[in-house]
Design a protein. Structure first.
Length: 138
């Protein structure tokens, strides 16, 4: 019985390690950052950090739904996608923020981020990130 339990725990641990991120954080090529901490990513996604270190305004874009969206929001903001949406609606209603740009899919996200200075977004890890800068989470 003990050996079965240990085997199950080992399999679950290996599955968690092998999973990896299901998304890539991307930014406009002109953004001066080369990586982000999890805290930086959370602050950017929640609008608590409105400018990059060089003073350029952050233009946040989010996917309208899907696995990458759910993973980014839950892993980096510690909120559900619904809580994240309600948070931003409250920020807009109280005058504390501007709703993030919404992208229907990875192609729309890539197009927006590639053409918009200061922009930050994310795409699925399976999508080739051409024309943008990938910002790994440290």
């Amino acid at each position: 019985m003990k050996s079965k339990l240990l085997l199950i725990l080992a399999c679950l641990t290996l599955a968690a390690i092998g999973r990896g991120a299901e998304y890539q954080i991307i930014a406009h090529p002109g953004v001066d950052a080369s990586s982000l901490t999890k805290a930086d990513a959370k602050n950017l996604l929640l609008g608590n950090k409105a400018r990059w270190d060089n003073g350029v305004i952050v233009r946040l874009a989010v996917l309208s739904g899907g696995k990458a969206h759910d993973d980014v929001i839950t892993e980096l903001t510690s909120r559900t996608p619904d809580q994240f949406d309600k948070y931003w609606k409250k920020q807009v209603f109280t005058g504390k923020g501007v709703m993030p740009e919404s992208a229907a899919d990875d192609a729309a996200m890539l197009a927006y981020v590639a053409k918009t200075p200061g922009s930050l977004g994310y795409i699925s890890s399976q999508t080739e990130a051409s024309g943008v800068k990938i910002l790994p989470i440290q």
